[in-house]
Write a new protein. Sequence first.
Length: 322
Amino acid sequence: MSWYRNAVWFVKGLREYTRSGYESASKHFCPADVEVNVAGRSFLVTGANSGIGKATAIELARRGGTVHLLCRNRDRAEVAREEIVTETGNQNVFLHIVDMSNPREIWKFAEKFKSEHKLNVLVNNAGCMVNNRELTEDGLEKNFATNTLGTYVLTTALLPLLEKEADARVITVSSGGMLVQKLNISDLQSGNGTFDGTMVYAQNKRQQVVLTEQWAKAHRSIHFSVMHPGWADTPAVRSSMPDFYQKMKNSLRTEAQGADTVVWLALSAEAIKLPSGLFFQDRQPVPTHLPLASTHSPPEDEEKLMEMLEEFSQKFKCTSPG
């Protein structure tokens, strides 16, 4: 039935995930939801030097927020920071260089960040789609290390900081691709069978949905959400999915349109009136499973995922002095 699930997802996506889908949905948006001043509130956005992350950072800075950009490439990040400051006039934009596929780096960054800053909103946006199986220096499959374990470690490490603040929020950027995947905890690093980078990425995005749901249950003082930005014209899409980009480039959303729901979830008072742990598209909660797809997983598998990620994360927590 996988072909059927893929077909349903593709047809649904053509209608809802494109630019025209956004334009249709946006007719029902309330502009006042995001017309707020957030001076004094602190935001951390991962993968913020381009694409949806940068578009999100611009909107947060435009509204007066203190914005921390977490990026992997210093040169590109410094250029992005200057562009954000210039465009918004907000000098409170700070840069942190961290490789989200390196859990040791993430732990080290988080410990330092907690000692120097406050945090109201975390936006887990950084991600990758590596189409051939590639291992990090720690022996971790690159997609899993970045999309799932990196997201888990950063969020877990910063939860104590978020819990100190009123109206704390965590938003994770997932993908509609997760709709074709059932949670698979038997092969987290995709070492068995033929490696398909697109499906590995989709599995990681399903894992992010499960993480959000589990965090929402465990940490009631923080509002968690996960979202699908639609199909947006970003550097990541161009490089990771060149065939898809060529076919769809005239229908793709802008980066700002892809980021709109992230911004709404980060800023809007309306967003936190909805339950924690939901999956959003175009400012609305949407189902995490297609009606005819067998993608539901038993609760014990979801709990086991959290246990496995905790075990993974603890292996990298201790760093040598210096």
